[in-house]
Design a protein around this ligand. Structure first.
Ligand code: CP
Length: 390
């Protein structure tokens, strides 16, 4: 597989505020009061610019023991390995004699979802069980010792003593990266006997890399290649994390990206610079649909809308744009017969149920594909290979 390569080891958090400098990122939305008490003063004094290079290494063909925090970590060759592993996982799942592959007996995963989830957490636990390990889904933190005043950092260290792999979703940009940093520090201090890999299961309005890998798997299953395919991404380009990760991955693989955007929620500057001439921006969904191989919709992530007057104006504009972007049975007829429509779900009005029977709709298959892809991710980051075990 060939194609344009992303900037390796680049910034993770705060796409809308990314610096251009290698491994440094500005995390404006992260709550630094969550740092361990003895570190809090130092962390806030150094302004919120932190070096993420130690926790966001390029995968470079070897994911074992590494965190997966951003699509920036992956080259085209890296993505190709995840795809090969996902195909092998799918063969194992579909074999009625096997229903999976017992590659990781006694391995333990915790999927810690600090924002609601129907798909991601559940598919991670299914994936780990299909690899022969065990998995626990922890939704919300109301039953955590945070309720007794424990810092979030201390909670991450506690979870790291209990599992071989942590999947983490947070409302804050950079939340999983923060967990990875805390775990690396605890290892450095001799508190932990090993570093437990952290997988980003969605961090605020920043990234959702495991979703993007599953999306790319779905595209590859249909077209068997990426180079030159046109993907049209529709929605809040500023705050919809699945769009960010997918655009980075699609560009890495040589796809052309059309962003249908609202004037209120444009593609972040850092992504525009990163994607270069692979990216076209437009407000005309219908024109884009005629020319697209993959139409990728996403809901309005209005849980991030603030309360100041500018946010209200933004929300009103965006609501009008989402209303004009609704894809229904009539509209989908503009697309080529061999094109496809994806949506990471949950959906709202932007994807009308009248399209559900259309053969171009691959969004439910996309959901199912997340299990073999997350099996691939879990196996690789724990140093195993499904393809080699088959
Ligand atoms: N696609 C996705 O992340 O869905 P959930 O929010 O239900 O996990």
């Amino acid at each position: 597989m060939t194609g344009w390569r992303s900037r390796r080891g680049g910034p993770i958090a705060g796409l809308s505020d990314m610096t251009d400098g290698g491994a440094e990122a500005r995390i404006d939305t992260f709550d630094w009061s969550l740092m361990p008490r003895e570190k809090k003063k130092a962390a806030t004094e150094t302004v919120e610019v932190i070096d993420l290079s130690a926790v966001s290494q390029p995968i470079d063909g070897d994911a074992s023991g590494k965190n997966l925090l951003s699509m920036h970590q992956l080259s085209a060759d890296d993505i190709a390995i995840y795809l090969d592993e996902a195909y092998a996982a799918e063969r194992a799942i579909r074999d009625p004699e096997r229903r999976g592959v017992p590659l990781l007996p006694r391995a333990v995963m915790k999927a810690i979802m600090r924002q609601p989830s129907t798909r991601t957490g559940g598919s991670c636990t299914s994936a780990m069980r299909k690899l022969g390990g065990s998995a626990e889904l922890i939704s919300g933190m109301s039953s955590s010792s945070e309720a007794k005043g424990e810092s979030l950092a201390d909670s991450w260290v506690a979870f790291a003593t209990q599992a071989d792999l942590l999947g983490i979703r947070t409302a804050e940009n950079g939340g999983p990266a923060f967990a990875a940093q805390v775990i690396a520090k605890a290892f450095e201090y001799g508190q932990l006997v090993r570093v437990v890999p952290v997988i980003n299961l969605g961090d605020g309005h920043n990234e959702h890399p495991t979703q993007a890998l599953g999306d790319l798997f779905t595209v590859h299953k249909k077209f068997e290649h990426f180079d030159g395919l046109v993907i049209t991404v529709v929605g809040d380009q500023e705050r919809y994390r699945a769009h960010h990760s997918l655009m980075i991955g699609a560009a890495t693989l040589g796809m052309k990206i059309v962003a249908v955007e609202s004037p209120a929620a444009r593609v972040p500057r850092a992504l525009v610079e990163l994607l270069g001439d692979r990216l076209t921006r437009t407000g005309d969904l219908d024109a884009a649909m005629h020319e697209t191989d993959v139409l990728y919709l996403g809901r309005n992530p209005d849980e991030y809308t603030g309360e100041d007057p500018a946010e209200i104006v933004r929300a009103e504009q965006l609501a009008r744009d989402y209303a004009s972007w609704i894809v229904d049975y009539d509209r989908i007829q503009q697309m080529a017969p061999d094109s496809m429509v994806l949506h990471p779900r949950p959906r709202r009005d932007e994807l009308d149920p009248s399209v559900d029977s259309d053969p171009r709709m691959k969004d439910v298959e996309q959901m199912a594909n997340m299990i073999p892809m997350r099996m691939a991710i879990i196996a690789r980051h724990l140093g195993a290979s499904i393809a080699r075990s088959a």
